[in-house]
Ligand binder design. Structure first.
Ligand SMILES: NC(=O)c1ccc[n+]([C@@H]2O[C@H](COP(=O)([O-])OP(=O)(O)OC[C@H]3O[C@@H](n4cnc5c(N)ncnc54)[C@H](O)[C@@H]3O)[C@@H](O)[C@H]2O)c1
Length: 380
């Protein structure tokens, strides 16, 4: 089997975070390789970062796409891991050139940009994956399977959260730039919401993914405790889902001591489900008596093939954060290989794509509008 060739835009150089996570996740299965990149915002930075990674470097994303278009560079898909403001233009250019895209979240800065990408994905019929990492955890996929099978009945209520404390801790410790992400607090570069965009969209995506429901109306309260640029660092919302269920979608960066406490509780007419990212290998099903605990592990008979085929090692071994990102790349790989007409390719799981991206932007805009109006119920 020929390895898929992947290009990366953004993510290179010291201090940049998520590019290196993607680099590892792409290499995880030996079926994909990173061949080219426009890894930084300056031409010199981009070329030296590519040299560090041992890949073909391009001074900017357009040169990389041009090389693909004129046939001097072979690519099967491109990963966009730039800051939020630099998602739209390179993603659009890739799609226009006919390249499948794995784009980081939140997908764009505005709803208009998001809808434009959605239009292109549909028009060009291209594979598209959105970087909602946690949906790549097999036990969250299993939670979705239980809901889809009707094991907990009709969904009445969802709690999805993402609780961090790094921002308040950093300020408490006297500020500093230990996090090289000043762009996150700049409305022009991060979008209408900092905390909501950065991690609230993960909580929303987890809720949508597990329940297959969509948000329709929101009452939100966004606070700025430590950021002084007018953006939120604490995001609280009551949401009505499209079956009438209530969802609490909350995210914060001011909960001192909390790291990456994201998770979900889903309450249905026949039972409940509970999953925590910091203990990602375990899914709890509650149906009235003793809890049933499901552990990750290839071969356990409660895992349907759709989930089992994403596991790599026999039960009793860990599979966690990097594997979750790798699983999203597996989904992209399956879509790309099927599209090329390769035989015996397993079905891609329904991981978040461009529609989640559009919904994320609508959710953020409605939350900001609602909060400005003192929590007024606002259509999404
Ligand atoms: N899915 C997840 O779990 C997850 C986790 C962290 C970050 N993210 C997302 O990944 C993206 C990047 O976040 P980060 O924390 O790694 O940011 P970062 O600031 O650490 O790194 C951004 C990188 O992009 C480069 N860059 C900026 N503009 C560019 C351009 N025009 N062309 C090429 N390169 C450019 C920068 O030089 C830097 O290397 C954000 O959208 C963020 O929301 C997702």
């Amino acid at each position: 089997m020929k390895k898929l060739k992947v290009g990366i835009i953004g993510g290179g150089g010291k201090g940049s975070f998520f590019g290196k996570v993607h680099l590892r996740a792409i290499l995880f299965d030996g079926t994909r390789e990173v061949v080219a990149g426009a890894l930084r915002s300056t031409p010199e930075g981009a070329m030296s970062a590519a040299e560090e990674w041992g890949i073909e470097g391009f001074p900017d994303y357009q040169s990389m796409i041009d090389a693909y278009t004129n046939g001097t560079l072979e690519l099967d898909y491109v990963v966009i891991v730039t800051p939020n403001f630099a998602h739209y233009a390179p993603t659009k250019a890739c799609l226009e050139a006919g390249l499948p895209v794995f784009c980081e979240k939140p997908m764009t800065l505005t709803i208009e940009e998001a809808e434009d990408l959605q239009r292109l994905v549909v028009e060009k019929d291209l594979p598209f994956v959105l970087g909602h990492t946690y949906t790549g955890h097999p036990m969250l996929m299993l939670a979705r399977e239980f809901v889809m099978n009707g094991d907990i009945g009709e969904i009445r209520k969802v709690e999805a959260w993402y609780t961090q404390g790094w921002l308040a801790s950093m300020v408490l410790a006297g500020g500093g730039d230990s996090v090289g992400a000043a762009w996150k607090f700049d409305p022009k570069r991060t979008g209408v919401s900092n905390c909501g965009g950065d991690i609230g969209t993960h909580a929303l995506a987890n809720a949508m993914f597990v329940t297959d429901l969509k948000p329709v109306e929101i009452s939100a309260r966004l606070n700025s405790f430590v950021i002084d640029t007018g953006l939120d660092d604490d995001f609280n919302s009551f949401v009505v889902m499209d079956n009438g269920a209530t969802a609490l979608i909350n995210a914060t960066q001011i909960a001192i001591g909390y790291k990456n406490d994201t998770g979900i509780k889903v309450y249905g007419t026949k039972g409940s489900l509970e999953w925590h990212q910091e203990r990602a290998e375990k899914l709890v099903l509650k149906q009235g008596g003793a809890d049933t605990i499901y552990w990750i592990g290839a071969g356990y008979d409660y895992l349907p093939e759709s989930v089992n085929s994403y596991l790599r090692v026999p039960c009793g071994h860990n599979e966690d954060f990097f594997e979750a990102v790798a699983n999203l790349h597996t989904t992209m790989e399956r879509m790309v290989r099927k599209r090329k007409g390769e035989q015996h390719v397993a079905d891609a799981y329904e991981h978040p794509g461009v529609d989640y991206g559009v919904m994320g932007l609508k959710f953020l805009k409605a939350a900001v509008d609602s909060s400005k109006e003192n929590g007024k119920w606002t259509k999404i």
